[in-house]
Design a binder for this molecule. Structure first.
Ligand code: AMP
Length: 587
């Protein structure tokens, strides 16, 4: 739990901000001692509203292009989307009775309407809650009830997912349907149903936005809940604003209004890594794939709309690579690809480099907004043999993100590039607690936060003296064999560099002699035959994996199971193994 002192301080700061955003005399008592020099700067709250109005006024011609699967995508300028966001806010307030702090959920693909909700809801002082449409039904029900959402904005194509859940969602009073589709399954569910376009049609094109405290809640997102119940992270206006500036730094994504960014990472996965907000700050054009996330349509939209940048987890890019190998396309416009959410396999980076698409590897979490590190090689390594190695790390910490490594006994480890420990971080866009429902205070579980308030990431790795993070594993995925650690990620990357291997996931399985040993689950490329001995020899001879780390247990699977955000789901693999569902060969 957050201690009393924190809450008192927090409330004092809020009260102080309420005194007036331009009142520079409202500086804390600690700044007002004898001989104090008071800052003379204006105190303007950093809010999502300001990002919206800036994007509309200064970058009004930039575009959101939404893929439709038809001859023409939908094109909407920031000015148009901004005006529609204003009309949506008016409708939410006047027609649906949405008030400040109400939770407005979205169950949507990446598209222009979703961006409109991104800005309308926080700007009016309500809280945007993005729902992960790939979660199992019971988790969605749990999350909506925990957040006590009053409104759900749903894409018409997702009505079959939402309608059966509504009877179990007592707090949801309104459903707003975006796009054409059959709305009858929503009838009789108790919620009032509105059509998005009809709802915003004819509404006022101005809104007297409230001057919000920058520390107030703007948006929330639940972690995917691989262990225990999902946990709610509530982003503040300030954290979103500062994070967006970081996304825009040259060191991070560094895009401008000359760029078109293909935002594949879902808007429900950590705010699409901050891109919708960052784009409104810098006028970056967005290409939104809507529900067309399969490799074929992605390749087509790249060829036709010519984005310069794209962002997604590695599994999306593995699929695109296979597609481009089978059916080559002109992807020459795409010069920068941000990959994060899971480790980027070196083979994927090499293949993309060969196609002229330069991968930039980044690390983050739902709890970190998500941008934590970005792997831009340092100047001294550019053009040398060391460059690729730097690009494969998770990268250097963003300014504002402080990091430390903690050993198994709680000791601090040095940034020497070899001492491996759990990564802990803190900073202005890092979570300091989880949401505990509308009537309760935020909470800080011991396994997620240190006593002094740092976020324990659950990621294990090293930090070099230059500040480059290299993750070796998730703490729960590392294989503990005879007192030594084997990195599952290193084995996976090595396996996926073999030409016969499409995907590979390695999990720890119990072993009488060593405690745990690696089990390699492999997806073969079309036409390849399983030759475990050859794969094992490849790991040792070509990849330099130490003999004691080589897996002796092997199995072929049709596809590695994926989580709701497209990462390898090792929990499912572990269950299959425990249930005897895998056909394991022992060498
Ligand atoms: P999520 O909150 O679902 O985005 O998951 C966050 C977790 O994804 C992190 O704690 C890491 O374990 C993993 N992750 C994210 N980015 C990377 C990366 N570049 N390399 C390795 N793991 C990553």
């Amino acid at each position: 739990m957050i201690d009393h002192h924190d809450l008192v301080t927090y409330r004092a700061v809020c009260a102080q901000n309420q005194a007036g955003p331009f009142d520079f005399t409202a500086q804390g008592d600690d700044a007002r001692g004898r001989d104090a020099v008071l800052s003379t700067m204006q105190d303007v709250p950093l809010t999502v509203t300001r990002i919206l109005t800036h994007g509309v006024r200064v970058h009004g011609r930039s575009q959101i292009i939404t893929w439709t699967g038809e001859a023409e995508p939908r094109r909407r300028s920031f000015a148009e989307a901004g005006e529609r966001a204003v009309r949506l806010a008016n409708a939410l307030r006047d027609e649906l009775g949405v008030r400040e702090n109400d939770r407005v959920a979205t169950l949507m693909w990446n598209n222009a309407e979703h961006v409109e909700a991104y800005f309308a809801v926080p700007s009016m002082g309500a809280v945007l809650h993005t729902l992960n449409l790939r979660l199992p039904a019971e988790q969605l029900v749990w999350i909506v009830n925990h957040a006590a959402d009053r409104v759900v904005v749903v894409d018409a194509s997702l009505i079959p997912l939402l309608a059966p859940l509504l009877p179990k969602l007592p707090t949801v009073e309104h459903v707003v349907v975006s796009g054409p589709g059959d709305r009858t399954p929503l009838e009789g569910t108790g919620a009032r149903v509105h059509a998005y376009e009809e709802l915003i049609d004819g509404r006022p094109t101005t809104y007297d936005w409230p001057e919000l405290d920058e520390r107030r809640a703007a948006a929330m997102c639940y972690t995917s809940g691989t262990t225990g119940d999902p946990k709610g992270v509530v982003y503040s206006h300030r954290s979103i604003y500062l994070h967006s500036m970081q996304v825009n730094m040259t060191e991070s994504m560094g895009l401008t209004d000359q760029d078109l960014s293909l935002v594949v990472v879902p808007q429900f996965h950590v705010n699409a890594w901050g891109l919708p907000h960052a784009t409104f700050m810098s006028g970056i054009n967005m290409l939104m794939p809507d529900r067309f996330l399969q490799p074929g349509p992605l390749a087509e939209m790249i060829e036709r709309e010519r984005p310069t940048h794209a962002a997604a987890v590695p599994t999306i890019w593995q699929g695109l690579l296979a597609e481009l190998t089978a059916r080559p396309r002109d992807v020459s416009s795409l010069v920068q690809v941000t990959i994060g959410g899971a480790a980027c396999p070196p083979s994927l980076m090499e293949s993309f480099d060969r196609l002229g698409m330069r991968v930039c590897h980044a690390w983050g979490m739902t709890e970190t907004s998500p941008l934590g590190t970005v792997a831009r090689p340092p100047a001294h390594a550019v053009g040398t043999d060391e460059e690729f190695g730097y690009r494969l790390t998770q990268g250097r910490f963003a300014a504002g993100v402080e990091a430390r490594l903690t050993g198994p006994g709680g000791e601090r480890l040095p940034w020497d590039g070899t001492s491996a420990g759990e990564l802990e971080v803190r900073g202005p866009w890092i979570a300091g607690a989880y949401y505990n429902g509308p009537d309760a205070e935020p909470f800080r579980p011991d396994d997620k936060f240190s006593a002094d308030g740092w976020l324990k990431t659950g990621d294990v790795g090293t930090i070099s003296p230059e500040g480059f993070l290299t993750l070796t594993d998730r703490a729960k995925d590392v294989i503990k064999s005879g007192g030594e650690w084997i990195s599952s990620v290193e084995l996976e990357n090595a396996l996926m560099s073999h030409p016969d291997v499409a995907e590979a996931a390695v999990i720890a399985v119990p072993d009488d002699k060593w405690g745990e040993r690696p089990l390699a689950t492999v997806v073969l490329r079309e036409g390849a035959a399983a030759d475990y001995a050859a794969l094992r020899a490849f790991l040792e001879e070509e990849c330099g994996i130490a003999r004691w780390q080589l897996p002796e247990r092997w199995t072929i699977v049709e596809a590695v199971p994926k989580t709701s955000v497209g990462k390898f789901d090792k929990k499912v693999l572990r269950r299959w193994y425990a249930d005897g569902g895998l056909d394991v060969t022992r060498l």
